[in-house]
Write a protein that binds this ligand. Structure first.
Ligand SMILES: *Cc1c(COP(=O)(O)O)cnc(C)c1O
Length: 388
């Protein structure tokens, strides 16, 4: 088989920004109000209404949302937080930032989400103040994690829009769950940089105070006609607010989300049928009763059927014009956490093993069917070339 080499490199995950977004940002810039203001508040309201959440707080990043959620739950010195090893490291960093200790748990083999039995076992430690699950790649994690009795900071950076039994992640209306979304450039909707926290009103308002200097009013309340100059500071808070420039972008992206998600799902299905026959490839697992957000489409290589490793496989895809990535290097393998907590690869056998064979393929709304077929063809070609 000879493979056509693409003329143009297919990037892994470019943002999907159109004229509507550009016009909305220009309008915000011309409006006379560029920091947190009417557009940010509208974005919060539309986001809460879309997800079905009680309340929403727009922030500077997904990491800021997780950080403020931990503060809102009062997590601090001496506390333990249960964190999956198979996630992005910023979730663990925020636990360090509040002075608590992350205890890492391994993944379940099919979805690579945090293993609910391991989370439950870890949560038995009486110092555990909170669990911090992730919905890896956009596949909702096991619901049992929300019923352990511990407060949950739910990392939904990949999970917009993901559903369990028809319910959107982030719209649960459970008492002690705060859900953090990310609008980083590669995420399912983007504001360049940004994030959102959803949950019960009292906790979200507590997070809001933490997010803006510990101040009791935000700028629009202070500077609008009728606003007062007087405010109080009740704690040493952060500077994590979202600007109206970002929110202008977010409002358009949120309205486009259903259409963008439909296209991601089509691409995932095209990959599934195109790669089904490739014996060197394991396809993503999707459980029953679940709607996948398809933020990441991660295949796994059957390394015993290939004469090359994952890294070489990725290099050869790049030579064929295909950009890929790996999600994630498990946190227990990263120097800071490995050394600080004396973590060993064998402590997390599933994540350690699966990491070696992960490849994330490009998936984003602007990809055409031809782009998708180029990826399928390149994966099939590299697999065939190195078949054992
Ligand atoms: C992107 C991401 C974050 C952090 O989001 P930022 O907006 O970049 O701070 C957290 N967790 C996971 C799993 C992510 O993919």
């Amino acid at each position: 088989m000879t493979t056509r080499i693409r003329k143009a490199f297919l990037p892994f995950s470019p943002p999907d920004i159109g004229n509507e977004e550009i016009d909305a940002v220009v309008e915000a810039l011309r409006s006379g109000w560029i920091t947190t203001g009417p557009r940010t508040h509208a974005f919060e309201e539309e986001f809460a209404s879309y997800t079905g959440a009680n309340h929403a707080l727009a922030l500077a990043s997904g990491t800021a949302a997780i950080h403020c959620a931990l503060k809102a739950f009062g997590v601090g010195e001496g506390d333990v937080v249960v964190v999956p090893t198979m996630t992005f490291s910023s979730a663990a960093h925020t636990v360090e930032h509040v002075g608590a200790r992350p205890v890492f748990v391994d993944a379940e083999a099919d979805t690579l989400n945090p293993d609910p039995d391991r989370v439950a076992a870890a949560a038995l430690d009486r110092n555990v103040r909170c669990v911090l699950p992730v919905h890896l790649y956009g596949h909702p994690c096991d619901d049992a994690i929300f019923d352990l009795g511990a407060p949950v900071v739910d990392d939904a950076a990949h999970a917009l829009p993901a559903r369990t039994d028809g319910r959107l992640v982030g719209g649960s209306r459970r008492d002690r769950v705060l859900t953090a979304f990310s609008f980083y450039a590669t995420k399912n909707i983007t504001t360049g940089e940004g994030g959102m926290l959803t949950g019960p009103e009292d906790l979200v308002e507590e997070a809001r105070t933490w997010s803006l200097h510990g101040m009791t009013k935000d700028a629009i309340g202070r500077y609008e006609a009728g606003g007062s100059w007087r405010y109080d500071v009740t704690r040493a808070g952060f500077k994590y607010n979202m600007s109206d420039i970002q929110a202008a972008l977010g409002l358009v992206q949120l309205r486009r989300l259903p259409e963008m998600h439909r296209r991601r799902t089509e691409i995932a299905h095209r990959y599934n049928s195109g790669l089904e026959g490739a014996e060197e490839i394991e396809l993503p697992h999707v459980r029953g009763g679940v709607e996948h957000a398809w933020h990441i489409y991660a295949i796994r290589l059957h390394l015993d059927r290939l004469a090359v490793g994952r890294d070489r496989f990725i290099d050869e895809l790049r030579e064929r014009g295909i950009g890929t990535s790996v999600h994630f290097i498990p946190i227990h393998l990263l120097a800071y956490y490995r050394d600080k907590y004396a973590l060993r690869p064998d402590d997390f056998p599933v994540a350690t093993r699966e990491f070696e064979r992960l490849v994330s393929l490009p998936i984003y709304p602007a990809m055409t069917d031809e782009d998708t077929d180029d990826v399928i063809e390149a994966v099939a070609d590299v697999s065939a070339k190195h078949r054992r």
